[in-house]
Design a binder for this molecule. Structure first.
Ligand SMILES: O=C[C@H](O)[C@H](O)COP(=O)(O)O
Ligand SMILES: C=C(OP(=O)(O)O)C(=O)O
Length: 409
């Protein structure tokens, strides 16, 4: 097991609370500013096609180009505290160790399907922080802090894209708000997981992320595989929505290689990005439109595909993660809890191929239709149905007991 330092001690957290409160007050000023017409005094983007006489053929379907702050501007305005930086470094290393089997704990990625309300996110993070510390000998708990939602067709695309949930798409505000929430979650002593969807958004938030996901709708995308090859944290590739595990294994293989692709640097300038390859990628089994794949046979099959594919190229194959939601539960929170219990039972019987589990959970169970915050019930998902907090606590304790049982075998 990776040695844990003082960062998880209650005393260190309390000492940190004052600094975090001052930090939050500052951040609120920044967010308020971002609601103004021209946050951070950004230059107006000129319709260049008019100037060069290309208006009849260029940007014919582009309504508006609004300037965004550079990643460096956002990172400098909202920096990680020393405490948060240490938590990210340690928790990334712990995650890598759990995935490779050096650490016998279970990785648990748990939290709302999507973040829409900063207050509810922080409330959830505080609850999770307490359980995280209580169960840290058996579970490595990381909170789902998801700001970008991949849609099957159309729908709310998450807090970064539309922070006011009203179709106004204030991405300037969304970026700052998302970053503030991540900093707040880390300051509670809770490491964060997120899905990376837009290829340039990681430059604004990835320093605060311990585990990244590439979702089922993007797992076969070259752009996302390239992105993962340059990310600094372990990344899980979901199986495809049609159930294909092979495309996720191909992703793990591809993301481990070096790539050169289009991106932006921290000043927001277009850049050819050259990456080293990410050896800490792995598969996430999330079920599919044709049914679940969390059962023992599906897990063994996925591991065997991954091991033969990756060891042939001298790449270490990690254990995999079961996503108890999505295709594994038909997005039903009652079924999701059953999936978690079934996985816990198998762990207790000695299953070692499963390194982690993902659960969608929030303060209240179920979900509601996305709408502006004032019209919403507090602490309830605006995307997929979530397990309520009291049951989440029970499930976390059951998973910890299963890990202890597995250890004793
Ligand atoms: O996790 C959330 C959803 O499952 C995902 O964004 C797809 O949602 P949709 O099918 O409702 O668009
Ligand atoms: C969208 C998600 O999952 P998937 O890509 O498996 O549908 C998610 O985890 O939020």
């Amino acid at each position: 097991m990776v040695e844990r330092t003082e960062s998880s001690d209650t005393a260190a957290l309390e000492a940190h609370a004052q600094q975090a409160a001052r930090h939050r007050a500052y951040l609120h000023t920044q967010i308020a500013k971002s609601d103004e017409a021209n946050p951070l005094n950004l230059p107006t983007v000129q319709r260049w096609e008019d100037e060069v006489g290309l208006a009849p053929i260029l940007n014919r379907r582009v309504l508006e180009l609004d300037a965004l702050p550079s990643p460096a501007t956002v990172l400098q305005a909202l920096p990680l505290s020393d405490f948060a930086r240490q938590l990210v470094v340690e928790s990334r290393e712990e995650t890598r160790a759990v995935l490779s089997g050096e650490d016998d704990r279970l990785l648990v990625i748990v939290g709302p399907c999507s973040i829409h309300d900063p207050q509810a996110a922080l409330d959830y993070a505080r609850r999770l922080g307490t359980v995280r510390r209580e169960l840290e000998d058996d579970l490595l708990i990381i909170m789902r802090v998801y700001f970008e939602k991949p849609r099957t067709t159309i729908g709310w695309k998450g807090l970064i894209n539309d922070p006011d949930l009203d179709g106004s798409h204030k991405i300037n505000k969304g970026l700052l708000l998302a970053r503030q929430i991540l900093l707040d979650v880390l300051d509670c002593g809770v490491a964060a997981a997120t899905e990376f969807l837009e290829p340039t958004s990681p430059q604004y938030i990835s320093d605060a992320v311990t585990w990244g996901a590439i979702g089922a709708r993007n797992t076969e995308s070259q752009v996302h595989r390239q992105l993962a090859s340059g990310l600094s944290m372990p990344v899980g590739f979901k199986n495809a929505t049609d159930g294909s595990v092979e495309v996720a294994v191909d992703s793990v293989y591809t993301a481990a290689q070096q790539h050169t692709f289009f991106g932006i640097d921290h000043q927001g300038r277009a850049a050819a990005v050259e990456t080293l390859g990410n050896p800490d990628c792995h598969v996430v089994l999330r079920g599919s439109s044709s049914g679940p794949n969390y059962d023992a046979v599906s897990v063994a099959d996925a591991l065997s595909v991954a091991r033969s594919r990756l060891s042939a190229d001298s790449l270490g194959a990690h254990g995999l993660i079961i996503d108890a939601s999505h295709g594994n539960s038909g997005k039903d929170e009652i079924q999701q809890a059953r999936v978690v219990r079934s996985v816990a039972a198998r762990l207790a019987e000695g299953e070692r191929g499963i390194s982690g589990i993902m659960m969608e959970s929030f303060i209240q169970g179920g979900n509601q239709k996305a709408a502006p915050l004032a019209q919403l019930e507090y602490g309830k998902s605006v995307t997929d149905k979530c397990i309520a907090w009291p049951e989440t606590e029970d499930l976390l304790r059951e998973l910890a007991a299963a890990v202890r049982a597995r250890r004793e075998l």
